[in-house]
Design a protein around this ligand. Structure first.
Ligand SMILES: [Zn+2]
Length: 616
């Protein structure tokens, strides 16, 4: 496309990212874990770590739980008649309530698209919290949607939905229905999902394609994200039809094959949907066992981490992967305000990180998950409830957080899903123990060789750098407690059991393994000392840096800051923690002080993410 069309096109592209399911393995395991003490049986020899059911992890406080509660309440209060209106109208049923507006309307950019994701998010939130009103809402929404499916299984909310985004809308509806069945006790949902697939087939292309190959009317459809949820459907139904259909949409030739050979085909691709597509490769590896899919996602992960990521861990300015080593991330700081599509991007990033953690057991993927969590999604503005949601993280100098102008974009669908998934990102399990990936107030219940066990975590992290884990076991049991040692550690982590320091390897970017015969009320004390460090935006802009404090990206709160005129000395000694407020820091600048806080603490203040570093 022509360069002058770039921003306009980007705006259209941005209406487009999408999202989808992830819950699959958790789903299977949930079915096999009728009580909160149950532990699933390993489902695959390809996994070193296993995911827990939402219901096995309870977030008990702290900033993650607080955000989850606010977002849960917002989505729980959405008007069901309005959510179902476009579907009912198309089916010729009474359709009370106001139009949703924005992308959601019959002729909007994505008609009815986020309904499936809202059902999915609420089903997961029900499983995570046990709130009966949430379960009832999921049941009503599925029932209301089912009533709109025609006798010939046509179910799209408008002809535009079936011609412009048949794959996208199906992908999101599938994850909603499958999650409703797996997590919210809606057994009829699987049959409705079968009918949706049947009713979609005639609108789907025979294979996945990139945008440049797409038919004109469906240029923004995301056929390449379909396999993840089709594999999920196979896992739930055991019907080979869906496994074969999933294979048909794996985008091997132009994407997974070259990535598996280490060829960087990312530049120019739509960022979020292609990370989401990597989750399809991950699921393909899990189900089919073909090593090329694992190689593709590992290589792509490295390419994203090395040359596409901002200090926050977010990626994709203007929703696009950049050509590496040309300074394009640095240039993007002043050229756009659309630096990271946050709810959708973090949702896909977390899914991919969890797949990679499961396949490899490597702490680096947990590090990245933590970084994106604290520096992007935890910092979003709360959804307004009227369809206006936070969309882009903005790293432009002197900017403010904002809502997306259009109502009900893709990110309004991923927002409830990504916060529900905090639970399953916090802990993992293996035959020989429990894996602590995130420090946050929480409890996890599982079984050690058949013995019910519980770990209770107390912490004010990241306001403090410490946590305590307390064990409860039905009988004394030998197992390992694995704790992630982050890559950002500059001085050694401290680990103690029952208050006494123990000899344990605490190498950064590994999991420390604490193995012993545990008894109830044994405790583990962990301290991960935070320190300051700086992260240049890219190789071509070595003095354009973000300040980091442990896992947290700090931003300057000063509307008078002028870049690059105001260059700032960023030596660690120049940064001082404010004695008045936790996680507030100051850098001396001429006669005054420049305040810094973590991105997630910013509300409506003017902030600047990258500053010009004064050469030493
Ligand atoms: Zn989005």
């Amino acid at each position: 496309m022509r360069r002058q069309d770039h921003m306009q096109t980007k705006q259209i592209i941005s209406r487009r990212s999408f999202l989808q399911g992830m819950a699959a393995a958790a789903a299977l395991q949930q079915r096999s874990t009728p009580t909160c003490f149950g532990a699933p049986t390993p489902t695959s020899s390809r996994e070193k770590l296993f995911i827990l059911a939402y219901s096995q992890v309870k977030l008990t406080g702290g900033p993650l739980r607080s955000q989850l509660d606010r977002i849960h309440a917002s989505y729980q209060s959405l008007d069901e008649n309005r959510l179902l209106k476009v579907y009912r109208q198309r089916a010729g049923l009474p359709a009370p309530g106001e139009d949703m507006g924005g992308w959601y309307d019959a002729e909007g950019f994505g008609p009815g698209q986020v309904l499936g994701q809202i059902i999915s998010g609420l089903a997961r939130l029900y499983n995570a919290t046990g709130d009966p009103a949430t379960q009832a809402k999921v049941q009503r929404l599925v029932k209301g949607f089912a009533a709109t499916v025609d006798a010939d299984d046509y179910w799209y909310p408008s002809m535009k939905a079936s011609t412009a985004c048949a794959a996208y809308t199906l992908d999101k509806m599938l994850v909603g229905l499958l999650d409703a069945g797996q997590f919210a006790g809606v057994p009829a949902a699987l049959d409705i999902a079968r009918r949706c697939v049947k009713g979609s087939i005639r609108y789907l292309p025979p294979r996945a394609y990139e945008r440049f190959e797409a038919p004109k009317q469906a240029v923004y459809d995301e056929t390449y994200t379909l396999p993840e949820n089709l594999f999920y459907m196979w896992e739930v139904s055991k019907d080979q039809t869906y496994r074969e259909l999933a294979k048909r949409y794996l985008m091997d030739g132009t994407y997974f094959d070259p990535l598996s050979r280490g060829e960087n085909v990312l530049p120019g691709l739509h960022a979020y949907s292609h990370v989401n597509a990597l989750c399809s490769a991950a699921r393909a590896y899990l189900v089919l066992g073909e090593i090329k899919y694992l190689e593709a996602i590992r290589n792509a992960w490295d390419m994203i981490e090395e040359a596409q990521s901002f200090a926050s861990g977010g990626w994709g300015p203007n929703e696009e992967f950049v050509t590496p080593n040309r300074g394009l991330l640095g240039e993007s700081l002043t050229k756009t305000h659309a630096h990271f599509e946050t709810p959708c991007g973090s949702y896909a990033h977390f899914k991919l990180a969890r797949y990679l953690l499961r396949f490899t057991g490597e702490a680096r993927y947990g590090d990245s998950l933590e970084r994106v969590l604290y520096n992007t999604i935890l910092g979003i503005k709360d959804p307004r409830g009227d369809g206006h949601v936070f969309y882009y993280s903005d790293y432009h100098p002197s900017t403010q957080k904002a809502y997306m102008q259009d109502k009900w974009p893709c990110c309004s669908g991923t927002t409830p899903q990504v916060v529900a998934d905090y639970a399953i990102s916090t802990y993992f399990w293996s035959e020989d123990g429990i894996w602590v990936n995130l420090l946050t107030p929480s409890e996890v219940s599982w079984r050690v060789h058949g013995v019910p066990a519980k770990l209770i975590q107390t912490t004010t992290y990241p306001e403090s750098d410490s946590a305590e884990l307390r064990v409860e076991v039905a009988a004394p049991s030998e197992f390992s407690v694995y704790v992630r040692m982050p890559g950002w550690l500059k001085s050694p982590a401290q680990v103690a059991v029952n208050g006494k320091a123990i000899a344990v390897t605490t190498e950064p970017r590994t999991f420390a393994a604490i193995r012993r015969r545990w008894q109830t009320n044994d405790t583990v004390q962990i301290r991960l000392p935070f320190s300051f460090w700086v992260q240049p935006v890219d190789d071509q802009h070595p003095n354009m840096v973000a300040l980091m404090w442990g896992p947290l990206m700090l931003v300057a709160l000063d509307p008078s800051l002028e870049l690059p005129k105001d260059s700032i000395a960023t030596s660690p000694e120049g940064l001082r923690a404010s004695p008045y407020s936790p996680l507030t820091f100051e850098v001396s600048r001429k006669a005054d002080k420049l305040p810094f806080v973590p991105f997630y603490r910013v509300r409506d203040e003017v902030y600047t993410t990258y500053i010009q570093q004064k050469p030493a």
